[in-house]
Design a protein around this ligand. Structure first.
Ligand code: SF4
Length: 341
């Protein structure tokens, strides 16, 4: 991996529960997450709704403090940044969210919306800002006709293009994109994915790309982190995760999602329901849904095993002494190879 632009070091986030339950401890939404986003590259973060991935995004954006652990932007800890320090980081780290309709002020024209980061950071004169906005729209596939339009006059895909143009105005090094293609149909999704790729090729921007949609992540990510109930259970290169997944959760997800479906909120047909964060099972948190669970899984939370350099899998089956499920893994790999080619 190249130099990290964003790094989570053993980050945890616990929310206090109200009333009597508070005495029993909090709800752990993020559990000892370590993750690196290299400069100019893409890390895809996948997980079911409620797995903690958006909490992690909010921590990186400074909208929430971690309960423990640290977040580093370009090598510097962000935890104790002053107001002024945050202004500098916000310019270099932008965010794009799922629903641009809620992040774009409906009373502002596209001109004013896209220009707003320049106004906030006092970049250039008024005429220079206006010119920069006009020049920015073609990059996201919109022409100058759009400058006078308002969000309600745009399609979902166009609104997301405006949100992307706005994020690019201050020259960020990192974009945290939280479900950026989930509110549009499959054809627009493909266009946005190409746009994200083109922008990265041209400008060298890194992405932390968060999605419940494995097919989308497969197209954008260099590395993939799979999150389950607050923990990253598998991390590896895109090919490692998509062609030879080793964690039973990742395997189940991949085997059960036949086609991209933007209307679907979950990640597929993994056995059983995602437990509540307040009721994470003892031992391995996936054991109630895992077809390979054995006695140790109820007793011990698996550590991160490193089956190959840079790859991490939190599953007892990967312990050096365990019987590795090689036949099972090979079968799944063959199936996935066919499905995702
Ligand atoms: Fe399944 Fe056990 Fe591995 Fe957890 S540790 S994923 S329960 S085999």
């Amino acid at each position: 991996m190249t130099t990290p632009i964003l790094e989570f070091r053993t980050v945890s986030k616990t929310f206090a529960r109200g009333g009597l339950l508070q005495r029993q401890g909090g709800v752990m939404a993020v559990d000892r997450v370590s993750l690196v986003v290299p400069a100019g590259r893409t890390v895809g973060l996948v997980g079911e709704s409620g797995s903690g991935k958006s909490t992690l995004a909010r921590i990186a954006l400074g909208l929430m403090r971690p309960s423990s652990g640290g977040v580093y932007f370009d090598g510097d800890p962000i935890e104790h940044l002053s107001r002024r320090g945050w202004r500098g980081v916000r310019k270099r780290m932008q965010a794009i969210f799922q629903d641009p309709a809620s992040s774009l002020n409906p009373r502002r024209s596209v001109q004013r919306l896209v220009q707003s980061p320049l106004d906030v950071h006092r970049v250039g004169s008024r005429s220079e800002r206006a010119a920069a906005v006009a020049a920015s729209l073609p990059r996201v596939g919109l022409d100058s006709e759009y400058l006078r339009r308002f969000p309600h006059q745009l399609s979902g895909g166009e609104r997301q293009r405006v949100a992307i143009a706005r994020a690019l105005m201050v020259g960020p090094q990192l974009i945290i994109a939280d479900e950026p293609t989930s509110a549009v149909d499959v054809s627009v999704q493909a266009q946005l994915i190409r746009l994200f790729a083109d922008i990265q090729n041209d400008l060298g921007i890194a992405y932390l790309f968060i999605s419940h949609n494995l097919a989308v992540v497969k197209h954008v990510a260099d590395w993939v982190a799979v999150m389950y109930l607050g923990r990253i259970v598998e991390f590896g290169t895109r090919d490692e995760v998509f062609l030879s997944a080793q964690h039973p959760y990742t395997q189940a997800l991949l085997a059960s999602v036949p086609i991209p479906d933007p209307a679907r909120k979950g990640l597929g047909l993994v056995r059983g329901e995602l437990p509540s964060m307040a009721e994470i099972p003892s031992g391995c948190r996936f054991r109630d849904r895992c077809p390979h669970a054995f006695d140790k899984c109820a007793r011990e939370d698996p550590p991160d095993y490193e089956p190959s350099p840079g790859k991490r899998v939190a599953c007892h089956l990967l312990a050096p002494t365990a019987q590795a499920p090689q036949m099972h893994t090979a079968l799944i790999a063959q199936t996935l190879e066919r499905k995702y080619q």
